[in-house]
Design a protein around this ligand. Sequence first.
Ligand SMILES: [Zn+2]
Length: 1028
Amino acid sequence: MRVGLLKRSHVLALPARKYLVTATASAKIASNGAMSLPTGFKVESVKEVPEYDMTLYSIEHERTGAKFFHFNRDDKNSAFCVQFRTVPNDSTGVAHILEHLVLCGSKNFPCPEPFFKMLTRSMATFLNAMTGPDLTMYPFSTQNQKDFENLLRIYLDAAFFPNLEYLDFRQEGWRLDTKKSADENTSAVAYREKGSENIEFAGVVFNEMKGAMSQLPSMVDHLVRSNLLPSNTYSNNFGGEPLSIINLTHDQLKNFHATYYHPSNAKFVLYGDFPIERWLKLIDELVLTNFDKLEIDSQIQSESKWTAAKTKVEYFQQPQFDKNKPQEVEIAKRQSVVTSAFLIGDINEPYNVYCWNILSYLLTSGPASPFHKSLIQSGLGANFSPVTGFESDVKDCYFSIGAQNVDNENPDAIVQAIDATIDKIIEEGFDQQRIDSVLHLIELDLKHQSSNFGLKLLMGSASKLNHDCDLQEFYSLSQIFDRLRYDLKNDPNFLQEMVKNSLKNNPHRLNLVMKPKEEFFAGLQTKEDLALNERLYKLDQAGKNQILSESVALLEKQTLIPDASSLPKLLISDLETKIETYPSEIVEKDNLPSTQVNVQPTNGICYFKSVFSTEKLTAEERRFLPMFCSVLTKLGAENLNFEQLRSEIDLCSGGFSVTTSVTPHPKDLKYFEESIVISSHALLRNVDKMFALWNRILTAPDFEATEYLKVILKQRYEMLQMSMEQSGHRYAMRSSAATLNAVCAYDEIYSGMSQIALSRQVALNMEIEKYVSLFKSILEKVFTKENARCALNLPESSQSECLNALGSLFSNLNSVSEVRSTASPFWIPAPEIPEIVQKRERLVKYLFPFQVSYAGRSLAGVPYGHSHFAPLEVLSKLLSWNYLHKEIREKGGAYGGGASNNSSGAFTFFSYRDPTPYLSQRTFQRSLDWLQSASVDQEMIDGAKLTVFQSVDSPVAPGSRNLSNFFSGITEEMRQERRDRLFACTKLDVMEVAETYLSERNLKMSGGTVIGPKNEDSNKLDWPVVTE
Ligand SMILES: [Zn+2]
């Protein structure tokens, strides 16, 4: 299921720790031929990047100094990005709020939110904007050239000529506003009568940052960077500190735009197989002719080096626990997070950056890494600090390491353990097998093809371009790799020396200690109340009137039906009517389960997937199934301990994955398949080793490694808890759908709040013997030949070699009965909704001390093959973009909200980082009323269809192609039928399904969930609180 709304994510959410180089693909070298650039442009350099079959052109626009980069590569999914170095000198979030405002309308496209509108007028495979600590970027990608031009025009106009209107600043940034409640009429008239009572701070970014700055990962991220690099722009909170945001003025924002959003401070990056001339000409016409060169002081100076390490103590909200339960009290004593960060060096040192990416892997990845041993396996912490690894997106790169769930009374133990580990590494060095693993992973990574290569390339290059690094050098991949191999061979102490110089003898080090505080949020609230009272105290009647009239004006503006006619759009008739299909073959071979073979241009890699039915498990075994999956490849197997096993996995593959899956029958929800899916990929020369290793894991996992089992079970709970805090809407959606049918119920048990609750009980009680006996029983029942089917995506002519190797996986797996000859799901009648879900109410609340809430509401829908499925999909997008977005985000102040229709038979509404979940629940319920009163026209229907097609037609990498029948039993005929229905879907069809599925009667049977804090708004929902 794809949640469509949250496209506008931010770099600020959490920096992705990039491991080595970005993923890749291969194709024929595309050529720009003989370039004849438009007047005023000159080519600065040209570089072939054979590893990616790509040519990189650097071009300058002489008059303005604007820089252009073209990655020319044979790939129809083209991409574009314009980026600016933005260096705020306070924490008002000016760069971040500006990024929001830029998306609110511009000179030639004056309609509100052209970006969001384009989501329903384009086939973009990516469309977004991001703010980082020192840059703001606007990237998109699409497979359609007409779309590329449409989007390019809008992006350029938005970035260089935004309207930056006052009311938009108030909506997106911050404002004083009257509190809204769900019980009242929120029309402007009713609002005006109510007067200026109950004033509060509001605004999209204000609420977004309240949410972000209450979550541990983003807090640690900000505090590490701002304290380690205190003398330049990094000392500020680039996203905005809520109580600083309220000091930002509209004029300051406009000045910031005038200063930094200028061609002389811009980088334009284009990716795709096209002659660059055409686009340069267009960009010149639309943008560059309007500007002259400007000297812009946006350079970031290197941080001056410290002479001694520093320690900083900060606080966060104490997680909830039950004071009457001794085990919970014990856990509460261990909540601190300790992180040590070391300044490493300048971003413009490609070789050093490359080596540090590798070192970071050796130091922290997997159980054989020294810091995993000393910080996690030692029991000092349950998991690594959320900011662990090498950060190479800022001017001065740094490495950080630490742990969470650390004894509140003894945070120093972590710092001492880090020091001792560094000494040990310098003394003993790294295991040669692990170094070989890294070199293998680099090789594999260069060949592995991801689904949006261009976009990844743009994202990976952004920081380097932002700091004027020489991209040509960064993409000299073979030279860098060769140099590394040479250095490793000629200097056995090469890596140890780096550790010694950059960690041991490095006084520029920050030790950040985060301690839990019970009244942390209360303290924040008091500060906000004080700031509010201060403002209110100074307000005279005229000021109050102004707040009221601005609120009314904003509401009126939000209620207007926007005129999007100025925006270009793709037509439904521009789309392919036929589905894309690929040939495949089902192989039935002695000793092998049925295997689907897809010959694909996989660049010398074999992609393997196998599904094992879990129908024979008991209810209790099913609850523990996700836990079983998450530990299976992490323990040892047949004479390999857990460290050795991980090394072996990294030596032969890109990683082993084991997950649970619940698949609804595409025609009848009374049937489903429950299964374990295992998958991995390997270079052809390693396929033998990969399958042999799987066999050892599936037949002889080492469940007796109980001490280590405890460590990973604790770690798992911490990770699940963190994922719930960050993506609470997904959990709210699963929970609200759970009571609809067995498929949704099992999805909740496997991946929802119930699984987090179970994992918490496990972390508290650790009845290891019980778990081990459950795991053994699962192993025996599931991994048999007759339960399995397989799929291989591989390059031509490697088929027999790979099939032979696959035989070794199954060579000694039990087989009680005949293997089943089908390479599609084994349908079984879906059982009753399990008791654990049944005994729960349909409408429930989960209380956590978060700053904001997440809401979900689910109504019964239909399976994939049903004739109503396509109109319901269109309905979900229609509501998302024309109703829910407006009500929940613009009016309600949530970060996002929408509706989604999935093949498990659930039609689900959701909200994300929501200050008023009660209001949102009302909004969900009023959807049908809105539909009946709104004048839905064909254009809105077409827009909704286009967004459905965006996900249907999103590119799939060769390693994952042609698997919908294998995984879901969805045949080509069904896919074509659904596509035909999407094309044919009319307004009447949509209204009909809306009246059927969103009816009062269905609403009474719906499920609902709110996850969030106990407050005035959530108290209005008199739903029971789930305590387990
Ligand atoms: Zn934002």
